[in-house]
Structures are given as C-alpha cells and as structure tokens.
Design a protein around this ligand. Structure first.
Ligand code: GDP
Ligand code: MN
Length: 386
C-alpha cells in the first residue's frame, strides 16, 4: 500500500525526523490562510498523488507571493498529474501540501528497502539526491552507497556515523543524520514497510537536515496489524478495476495488450500470458479467479474483462483440480447470459470433468470456441483477436 507525502511526513515527525512546516489544503479558498499560518515569503505548492516525479510533471510549484500560491492551487486542483511514473491519464489531485520554502544547500538521498538478493534490509544513500536519482543509479552506480542490515540484527549508532561520514556530514548535521536514519529504520521495522525513502534529504543554510519529500510503501500482507496505516489509504489514487476485483476476491491487474485472460491460479495465469506472447499476442490483463471459484465470480471476471476498452478477445484457461470443469462451464454460460458476449472467446478446460465441461460449452447457443490443449487455445485466440 502507498501513502501520500504529507502522511509519510507526519510519520517522520512521530519518529523525530525533521520536515519543513506545512499545511494540507483541499481547496484554493484555504490557501492564503495556510500561507499566513506558515509565515515567511516563499512557499512550495505540492500535489499529493501516489507517484514520484511530481517535480518533473509540474506538480511541485515554488511561489514567492500569496497570489502565486493561489494561482498554483487553481491550476492543480481538480486536474490529473502526469509524471514519468504515471500512465498517460495521470492521477487526480484532490489535496495540496503548502510547505514553507527552504534555502537548499545540498540534496541527498536516503532510503531503506528489502533486498531479496542479499536477504537483508538495505540502506541506500547518496550525495547526489534530487530529481535525477534514477539516472545516478543507472549511469554512476558507484555514487550510491549500499549498507546491508541483518534482519535479525539491528542498526547501530556506529553504522549511522559511518554512513554520515560517506555523505560528508559533520558535527550537528551528522547528529541529525543519525536521528533521521534511526527513525527511518524504526518506522521500517515497526510498520512492516517494504520501501521508505527521503529524496531529497536536504541540508539548509541554517545547518539543518530536513526531509523535503517522503515516500513509504507498506507490505500489504502485514496491513491486518496496522489499523493506523490502513486508515491512510486513498482509493482515489488506485485503479478502479483492480479495487472492484479485489472486493470480489479476484486478483486482477490491467495491462496494455488486447487479449483478456481468465485463469485459475497465479502461476497458470503467468504461464498463459507467456504463451499468448509466445504466439504473437499480448495479454490485456492478469486475472487469477482463485482455486475454488464460483459462477458469480466468473461472471464478475467476465464483466471486468469485457469492459476494458483495449480487449479484442478472451482466453479462459481453467485447470480443474479442486473445482470441477463442468461447474466452471456452467459458470461461464451463466456469465455470458448475464453480461452478453461481444468478443471472440476461447475456453480451454483440463482436469476433473473436462470432457463434460467442454460438451456443455459446445452444445450451447453461444459462439464459444473450446480447446483441450493450451497451445492450440493460445494460437486460436491470437488469430481470432488479430
Ligand atoms: P518529486 O519530484 O515527486 O520527487 O517531488 P519532491 O518533493 O522531491 O520535489 C521535487 C523538487 O522540488 C526537489 O528535488 C527540490 O529540488 C524542489 N523543492 C521542493 N521543495 C522545495 C523548497 O522548499 N525550496 C526549493 N528551493 N526547492 C524545493
Ligand atoms: Mn522526491
């Protein structure tokens, strides 16, 4: 699960990580009051969306008067922000963070993530923070400091001090860095985080270390024990279809291709998508209807697939282990009766009662192509949706 920058920063403050003062607003009306509350004469208006690269997408606007702040708010509110990390549609801007402007001396990068390769929590740090950190990582990877922490061990003050040294932070700034890194680590452990990031972590003219941005991703599997985190969820930033699917216990992810897939089991779904690609097609989605699926769930899955604009054909691939293929066939027929069928469809059934299932589909009045062999099914749907 993702959260907004303002929410990440509120967690930061709870763990003694310093941030600039800021006020969250949800309409331009509140802009001048927010500026007055913050004081000063430079403010930064920041779009709150679940994507990075906001600076590059025009979602971070530096303002030198209240009028400029109001203009920025009017421009951003109600629009969608497109950044290098979103799709072409972008994400809706419903909230803006007005932050007091900072005089930046240095922009650093600091993040923690689960590194599956080393099986450790890994700290990433760099003197080259800011909007081009991805470029730094690919073009000059030696400028990224990596430090692994044993998941059964702990992060020590000495570890922090050695990283501060590599970032050329001394004295007061080094002390602030230790507090910041220990705070990040504490959040990471206690909140079951998979990625936490400050980019940029700035040093200011006043010799302070501040988190100017904040990003946190949580492990969905652990959300059941973090009510406070679940409360921060903002579904306006999520894919509508994917949410609707998860309400029906369907594992659904939209993709760019043209062949809708309905499969039971995540591994089989992956193999099915690979086979479609192998035969020259491209999958429009990943969909796992689960092991013990019902007719209602099959119908919902159909509806989701058929209403995707880019879908030109549907491949159903069911391996009847726990479920019986004749029941699946009945489910498919019920679904087609309910939501209609306006696309070519190929159904491959294998396993328990597969012959009975295929017969049911063949005898129906609908134009459903059946196959017992997966490769043949993939070849057929690629041809039918070309
Ligand atoms: P991102 O593009 O989504 O990562 O958004 P950030 O919050 O990181 O902001 C992008 C950039 O805007 C930062 O790297 C800074 O260079 C700049 N920026 C943000 N806040 C301030 C500020 O208070 N003062 C100045 N001068 N620049 C800022
Ligand atoms: Mn950033």
């Amino acid at each position: 699960m993702h959260i907004h920058e303002y929410q990440a920063k509120s967690l930061f403050r709870q763990f003694n990580i310093q941030t600039p003062v800021a006020v969250l607003i949800n309409s331009t009306e509140n802009a001048s009051k927010a500026c007055a509350e913050l004081g000063g004469d430079v403010w930064v208006v920041k779009a709150q969306v679940h994507a990075g690269g906001r600076g590059k997408g025009g979602g971070v606007i530096l303002c030198r008067s209240i009028e400029e702040v109001e203009n920025a708010c009017n421009k951003l509110f109600g629009s969608n922000l497109v950044t290098p990390q979103t799709d072409a549609k972008g994400l809706p801007i419903n909230q803006l963070l007005i932050e007091s402007g900072q005089s930046i001396e240095r922009e650093l990068y600091l993040g923690l993530l689960v590194d599956r390769q080393t099986q450790k929590i890994t700290i990433l740090a760099s003197t080259e923070g800011g909007m081009d950190i991805e470029k730094v990582a690919t073009e000059t990877p030696d400028k990224i400091i990596k430090f692994g922490i044993d998941p059964l061990g702990a992060l020590t003050e000495d570890d922090c001090t050695s990283i501060a040294l590599k970032l050329n932070l001394k004295g007061n700034l080094a002390n602030q860095f230790n507090t910041t890194l220990l705070g990040l680590y504490e959040i990471f452990i206690t909140k079951d985080v998979s990625l936490i990031e400050i980019n940029p972590l700035i040093t200011t003219a006043e010799n302070n270390l501040l988190a100017l941005d904040g990003k946190i991703d949580f492990d969905d599997n652990a959300l059941y024990r973090h009510e406070d985190i679940v409360e921060m969820r903002d579904t306006s930033q999520e894919d509508e279809k994917e949410n609707e699917a998860s309400e029906h216990q369907l594992n659904y992810i939209s993709l760019d291709g043209t062949i809708g897939c309905m499969v039971n089991g995540a591994g089989l779904a992956m193999a099915t998508m690979d086979l479609i690609e192998h035969h020259g097609g491209s999958p429009a989605n990943f969909l796992d209807v689960g092991g013990g699926t019902t007719a209602e769930r099959v119908a919902k899955a159909f509806e989701l697939i058929q209403t995707e604009a880019n879908v030109r054909g549907i491949l159903v691939n069911i391996f009847g282990g726990i479920v019986r293929c004749d029941l699946i066939a009945q489910g498919i027929l019920q679904a087609v009766e309910k939501v209609g069928l306006n696309l070519p469809i190929v159904v491959r059934l294998e396993g328990t009662n597969a012959p009975e299932g295929l017969t049911l589909l063949d005898q129906s009045s609908f134009d459903i192509h059946t196959e017992a062999d997966l490769t043949q099914a993939a070849i057929k749907i690629v041809a039918l949706s070309a």
